[in-house]
Design a protein around this ligand. Structure first.
Ligand code: GTP
Length: 371
């Protein structure tokens, strides 16, 4: 089965993380988000995947190659300028000669894709859109359907009291190739504002697939943290990388955890990590591969990417620390800070809550800075 994954967006809401790491490569339990996605798709027999790229395409291509290591066939098509969600699918039309899935490349879900495909076929639909419930529909575009699941109307941000449904677009579609004719070539064109209203206008058989499965769009720092936490705390099932170091602590090979270090799970520790005596890691936390945590330091409820060095007696709480960041001794990094790739924080620096540090920035003890 074929699928297109839309991975061309700049991920502006996840900045500064996405200035140098495209959103699909942002790690979840120490594996790029897209790797989780491919494994989920494969479990539903989707094994021929076209990646519609635009922003930082080489990061993705270099890691995944032809897909062989991940059990899927991967093709890449790069847009020279963003074509929008539907425009990006039109741009890969040469690969699409049978029923295919389209996925937003930033949704973590365990929705049943096989059932969705079955629904699409049973209804003889030309398009099927997956729907997921939200608590407050006034923040989203909702999708109204009839009793048979046929899509009737898209309503953008309805007032709470006027909303007739709380089901929103889950960012997964099944389309028949004949619909590609409705999408203009080489033009920025969106599903929500372009193709979908047009399908309704033309009376095409456009159906929905409602699912109560786990669903989260990882596109903001809060939601990115949440999906990691939900996996670590077992809200959604996953295979943890590495082996069990102790209860609720998983560590990959090559780690050196001092017997006097204190790891309170749930915590995942990447390969070749070095954790010194009296350092504390409090879960839910993820420590990426090749990290160093100095003696007496605290890392609490945080996500630390690859190759991060943390000096002794430093405190980090509820933060996201990107690749190759250097944090000195005696620092205090308050809740909600996000530190971009290759930044460097001098000894004794204090970062106030929610500070965002641009990639490559050097922060001295006398000042804290944001982007
Ligand atoms: P924000 O800037 O934070 O909104 O992120 P985004 O643009 O990356 O994501 P958004 O939620 O707006 O888009 C949903 C999905 O469509 C994401 O997986 C994007 O990568 C993808 N996407 C959005 N626009 C384009 C585009 O022009 N081309 C391609 N190929 N993909 C796109």
């Amino acid at each position: 089965m074929k699928a297109v994954i839309l991975v061309g967006g700049e991920g502006t809401r996840l900045r500064p993380l996405t200035y140098s790491t495209p959103k699909p490569m942002v790690p979840i339990l120490n594996r790029p988000f897209l790797e989780h996605m491919l494994s989920y798709m494969k479990s539903h027999r989707i094994d021929d995947v076209i990646l519609a790229l635009c922003y930082l395409p080489d990061h993705i291509r270099d890691y995944f190659g032809d897909g062989g290591d991940f059990g899927v066939k991967l093709s890449y098509v790069v847009e020279s300028s963003p074509l929008g969600t539907a425009g990006a699918v039109k741009n890969v039309a040469q690969h699409l000669d049978e029923t295919f899935f389209v996925f937003n490349g930033d949704v973590f879900t365990d929705m049943n894709l096989s059932e969705m495909l079955e629904t699409h076929r049973r209804k003889s639909a030309k398009a099927t859109i997956a729907l997921t419930p939200v608590d407050d529909p006034s923040m989203y575009g909702v999708v109204e359907t009839d009793a048979d699941g046929r899509v009737k109307r898209f309503v953008e941000k309805p007032r709470r009291e006027e909303a007739t449904t709380n089901m929103i677009n889950a960012g997964t579609y099944i389309l028949e190739p004949s619909l590609l004719e409705y999408i203009p070539s080489n033009e920025n064109y969106m599903f929500e504002r372009g193709l979908f209203p047009l399908l309704l206008e033309r009376g095409e058989p456009f159906y929905s697939f409602s699912s109560q499965a786990y669903w989260i769009d990882i596109g903001t720092p809060e939601k990115y943290m949440k999906v990691n936490n939900d996996l670590l705390t077992g809200k959604i099932a996953t295979d943890f990388p590495g082996s069990v170091h102790k209860k609720n602590v998983w560590a990959e090979e090559g780690h050196k955890i001092h017997p006097k270090a204190n790891i309170d799970g749930p915590v995942v520790i990447g390969r070749d990590c070095f954790i010194e005596a009296h350092a504390r890691v409090v879960g839910p936390s993820v420590i990426g591969p090749h990290c160093y945590i100095g003696a007496g330091s605290l890392v609490e409820k945080s996500i630390v990417w690859h190759n991060v060095a943390i000096g002794k007696d430093t405190k980090i709480r509820q933060c996201i620390i990107a690749d190759a960041v250097n944090i000195g001794e005696g620092c205090d990094i308050a809740a909600g800070c996000i530190i971009g790739n290759n930044a460097s924080i001098e000894d004794n620096a204090l970062l106030s809550p929610e500070t965002k540090i641009m990639p490559g920035t050097e922060i001295s003890a006398s000042h804290s800075s944001g982007c």
